[in-house]
Design a protein around this ligand. Structure first.
Ligand code: PRP
Length: 209
């Protein structure tokens, strides 16, 4: 039996991923008391966990440095990489949305509207499919600032509770799609470690049914 390596997304999905693995009987004690460590071993399964940024989950899985990744659909939609997306974990639920100041009308006037986002691919695809020509401005974080400081007319971002929009005086103008956490698997690992990975997929699918 070979060790299964799993990359979890740091931050908002972390606690959901831990709960999900504990739910199918995989010990995550080290992950819950992590200190400065970067690799965490399960005490009752031959599994190692690593905690990395969302985009790095895709990179580690694509290159086979880990077998499995837990990552948001938002990141999967933005970056086109090569692996299997196997289970919708139905946690970490949020939406992609277009948001702006309440008075902004994106369809008024002839000027090309500016859209700030951490997700340029998702945003440009959304507007292109609607035949709307926009300028995309890539932002790394705190995207809600962009309309307030007149950097952009609107944003495309993830909305979970809606608190960040509300507290900054922005409103959702259009909902793009629902997002949740997904399990992804490296293409070679799916063949080489079929039995172990198949077991995990089966259990996760059952608890999510
Ligand atoms: C995300 C997103 C919004 C916020 C939405 O940012 O970009 O800003 O969360 O969540 P809410 O609807 O529950 O308020 P994140 O916390 O990942 O930080 P960032 O802006 O620095 O990327």
């Amino acid at each position: 039996m070979s060790t299964i390596k799993i990359a979890l997304t740091k931050g908002r999905l972390e606690k959901f991923a831990i709960a999900i693995f504990e739910n199918i009987g995989i010990d995550c004690t080290e992950l819950k008391d992590k200190g400065r460590k970067l690799i965490f071993h399960s005490n009752n399964s031959d599994i190692d966990f690593v905690l990395v940024k969302a985009t790095d989950v895709l990179t580690y899985v694509e290159h086979g440095a880990v077998d499995i990744g837990i990552v948001g659909k938002d990141t999967l939609m933005e970056y086109n990489k090569d692996f299997y997306e196997v289970v919708d974990l139905k946690v970490g639920k949020c939406k992609f949305a277009v948001a702006s100041l309440p008075e902004t009308n994106l369809y008024e006037g002839y000027n090309r509207k500016k859209i700030a986002t951490k997700y340029p691919h998702v945003a440009s695809t959304y507007f292109r499919e609607r035949g709307i020509d926009v300028e995309i401005i890539k932002i790394e974080g705190s995207v809600e600032l962009a309309p307030i400081l007149h950097l952009a007319d609107a944003i495309v971002d993830i909305v979970e509770t809606g608190d960040t929009l509300r507290e900054n005086g922005l409103v959702v103008k259009e909902e793009i799609c629902d997002i949740s956490a997904r399990m992804i698997v490296n293409i070679a690992s799916m063949k080489m470690k079929q039995k172990e990975i198949g077991e995990i997929i089966k259990k996760l699918t059952l608890v999510n049914a």
